[in-house]
Design a protein around this ligand. Structure first.
Ligand code: HEM
Ligand code: HEM
Ligand SMILES: [Fe+2]
Length: 487
């Protein structure tokens, strides 16, 4: 697909494109397995013992985490040469690691599909499934991932030290180091389930509510410079503020997962206070985009990549709503005691992951397409508009359905029945629940349709606009010649 049109000069950016290609395929897997799981909610016998709910769910959320990580690594390899002004150091190693990682992931997926049930022991932890939600990959794959990530970090650090080290890059370097280091917290085993959960949350919470958010702040900043020509000094000022606020609230905000897992009660206060502060930096990120846009609009600058910018806007709103508002709704222990582990949780989880991470990385895909084909002005195509609209409507629709389901669970199962077994079944069988699950499935189909348009657009927009621009410039080039001839 690196066709004659390709304008990519840097090897680092070619590698980035490969990372994005795998990311989009895993995004498809993310959606497909989600749809299967959603069907099984309504028809529990669907594919029973062929591909069980537990496996669909595992593949759904692991594909999500892995596609986001692939796109994140891809975005860094894309930005590196532009920021540093030099080719990425150790790019040969980078390419090798890409193939090793991709092969390892393919093996893990196959093992998940082929061995769905069996004993859980030390051997299965090493070879089949580690059993930790979101990080189910077996131990051998964990170690492989650590090696690959160390190689990636080495490339980023060596390149940044050799070339130009900008503020954006400096933030990213520290952030990636923390992000990779945190993975280790999910890799050792303790027999005490409370202790095990204590460490497991370090990966998942400190990723999505601290290190990944800082990553997004840096990438949005970079994206705004690219698409709007925003002032680097202003952008970097914001990134440092967001960095301080995100780490300030996100690290101890971890306490909102320690309410009911057997940790000391002081986590109620710590979790309540710091997690309630977490929406503040998200407002900061919101203001950041709007402010830079406003500053730029004053200068009558054109947005040179409309789809990317539109995805940045979805990211800003989605991050604020999904993580900030939907997170805040259930973050106080007084509320969480009723909502914990109900459909409220995936309502928040879906909108937050989509808004905060999927959206920004899709925006980056459009920047990559623009760079790959050397397009001056990226406009929206019809497919692009359908893609962004249907994906966003689908995700919001699913979130609404799940919120209603969660609300009735909190009311019936928790408040009315006092968290009894009978209460659980009363809530599961309530017509609110069944209707909500129906709507979730319908909105999941809308999401999938949106993906189809997005996929088509990402494959075709580049050659299409490139051809248009080429035709436009020959027309322009002909115009003066023609004018001279008539004169
Ligand atoms: C982009 C950032 C975020 C993402 C991607 C995200 C995602 C998630 C996900 C997937 C879960 C479910 C975890 C599980 O499987 O048990 C979760 C739980 C939770 N999140 Fe977030 N979250 C984000 C930010 C926030 C923020 C800012 C807050 C608070 C203001 C928050 C509050 C919570 C709470 C309280 C829970 C526990 C729910 C329960 O008790 O069942 N989250 N989050
Ligand atoms: C076709 C669209 C989708 C459908 C039908 C769907 C369906 C589902 C289902 C059935 C579950 C299991 C819920 C449970 O265990 O009760 C789930 C979990 C989850 N999905 Fe999706 N999903 C879709 C798209 C997405 C997307 C696009 C994202 C992220 C960007 C996502 C993120 C998640 C997360 C984080 C969880 C775990 C939530 C938790 O444990 O609280 N899903 N999804
Ligand atoms: Fe959290």
């Amino acid at each position: 697909m690196l066709s004659k049109y390709s304008e990519v000069k840097w090897e680092s950016q070619k590698l980035a494109i490969n990372y994005f290609r795998v990311a989009i395929i895993l995004f498809l897997a993310n959606l497909l397995f989600g749809l299967l799981a959603a069907i099984q909610y309504l028809y529990p016998n669907f594919l029973f013992e062929i591909i069980d709910f537990s496996i669909n769910r595992t593949l759904h959320i692991n594909a999500l985490v892995v596609w986001l990580l692939y796109a994140m690594i891809g975005a860094v390899y894309w930005m590196l040469p532009e920021e540093t002004g030099i080719e990425t150091v150790g790019i040969g190693l980078g390419k090798l690691l890409f193939y090793i990682l991709t092969a390892a992931i393919a093996v893990v997926v196959l093992v998940f599909l082929l061995i769905q049930v069996g004993a859980g022991d030390i051997k299965s932890i090493w070879l089949i499934n580690e059993g930790r939600e979101y990080l189910e990959a077996p131990r051998w794959a964990d170690i492989g991932i650590v090696v690959v990530v160390l190689g990636f970090l080495a490339n980023v650090f060596l390149t940044a030290f050799k070339g130009r080290r900008t503020g954006i890059l400096t933030v990213l370097m520290f952030d990636l180091l923390a992000l990779a280091g945190l993975y280790l917290a999910g890799m050792f085993f303790t027999k005490n389930i409370s202790m095990d959960q204590f460490w497991w949350w370090w990966v998942i919470h400190l990723w999505v509510e601290a290190t990944w958010e800082v990553y997004v702040a840096a990438v949005v900043g970079w994206g705004l410079i690219k698409t709007l020509g925003a002032n680097r000094k202003i952008v970097e000022m914001w990134i440092w503020i967001e960095l301080a606020m995100l780490f300030g609230s996100g690290i101890l905000g971890l306490g909102h997962h320690y309410f009911w897992i057997g940790t000391p009660e002081y986590w109620w206060e710590i979790g309540a206070l710091f997690s309630a502060l977490e929406p503040v930096p998200l407002i900061g990120m919101f203001v950041h985009v709007i402010y830079d846009w406003g500053k730029q609009a004053g200068k009558q600058h054109e947005i040179n990549n409309k789809p990317a910018f539109a995805w940045f806007v979805v990211n800003t709103f989605g991050n604020f709503l999904g993580a900030g508002v939907w997170g805040f709704m259930h973050t106080l222990p007084q509320i969480n005691i009723y909502t914990h582990g109900t459909q409220w949780t995936p309502a928040h989880g879906h909108l937050a992951f989509y808004g905060a991470y999927a959206a920004i990385l899709i925006g980056m895909m459009y920047i990559v397409v623009q760079g790959k084909y050397g397009i001056r002005q990226m406009r929206f195509t019809a497919a692009g508009k359908w893609g962004i609209s249907l994906l966003t409507i689908g995700l919001i629709g699913m979130t609404m359905a799940l919120t209603i389901a969660g609300y009735q669970q909190s009311m019936i199962e928790r408040a009315e029945f006092g968290s009894t077994w009978a209460g659980y079944f009363a809530a599961q069988n309530s017509h609110w629940m069944l209707q909500a699950m129906g709507w979730r499935l319908a909105m999941g189909v809308v999401t999938m349709l949106g993906f189809v348009f997005l996929f088509k657009d990402l494959l075709t927009i580049g050659p299409k606009l490139k051809a248009e621009e080429a035709a436009g410039s020959t027309a322009n080039a002909n115009a003066p010649a023609g004018a001279a001839a008539t004169a």
